[in-house]
Design a protein around this ligand. Sequence first.
Ligand SMILES: Nc1ncnc2c1ncn2[C@@H]1O[C@H](COP(=O)(O)OP(=O)(O)OP(=O)(O)O)[C@@H](O)[C@H]1O
Length: 319
Amino acid sequence: MIEVRELTKRYGATTAVDRLSFAVRPGTVTGFLGPNGAGKSTTMRVLLGLDAATSGEALVNGGRYAALRRPMREVGALLDAGAVHGGRRAFDHLGWLARSNGIPARRVAEVLEQVGLAGVARKRVAGFSLGMRQRLGIAAALLGDPGVLMFDEPVNGLDPDGVRWIRELMRALAAEGRTVLISSHLMSEMELTADRLIVIGRGRLIADTSVRELAERFGRGVLVRTPRPAELTEVLEAAGGSVEPAPGGPADGGRLTVGGLDVAAIGDMAAAKGIPLHEVTPHSASLEEAYMELTSGDAEFTAAAETKPTTEATARRTS
Ligand SMILES: Nc1ncnc2c1ncn2[C@@H]1O[C@H](COP(=O)(O)OP(=O)(O)OP(=O)(O)O)[C@@H](O)[C@H]1O
């Protein structure tokens, strides 16, 4: 379990994290999303005791990282895969970590096998590709078999196979009941990997939601196809729905976009009136679109032309 409560972190005049609160529960993959400079890495650094909070709390399993008796057995993290000394061999690097943290030596071979690096265990890290370094960083995070895992941009720079591997590993770790937090600025990736999303911008919480809720919240109505569009329109409008010809086809082709009523309500009303339906499809916005709408105005560096009025974004957020 990860809990962040009213966390603020300032660097001089820069407020990197601003009264941020959220919780990450076991058994889920939680995506930590936000534009560049939103405060994701800073939040993770404070959670891992690498930076001190200006105010508020960042807790792992109910305590501060510094107070954990056996930190690597409680929390595993990958912040910067490039941080390993190139002259070290993978096996020795992990062996040293295991020894200095009271972790049985057999775990080294186990995690190397788990991340697919058993064959290069005796090779120096300097010769590793970015993907191999990411795997080594993940092996280090898994070494103490911790219940809480944090990964900062784990798929950055990886090829499609590497991306898929990380996605499957994250899902498997969560299925084992672990708490998994992954930061990313790529909604498209998180859509496939995460169950829940914490979205931040300029250090503040923008959304704490499930992937499904976010897609529904930004839904674009329901596409309905029927051979009797005029009758259906009358029925649905009488029930308070809004009905328009669907883009991409004339209304007399029977394609309608319905707002304000869900799929079940539309189906029930059509059935009650004996109106056949040939298609009923909820139209959720892609999460990428939802994310762009949520974070517009919250990017640290946004071209002026792309910046939407922030009042609009704020109103939506607080509604
Ligand atoms: N050590 C530091 N000293 C001064 N400012 C810092 C420091 N670390 C982070 N910041 C600033 O804090 C803000 C948040 O940065 P942070 O790296 O946490 O964002 P992020 O969401 O992880 O971004 P990215 O996706 O680019 O990694 C930025 O304005 C950054 O410049």
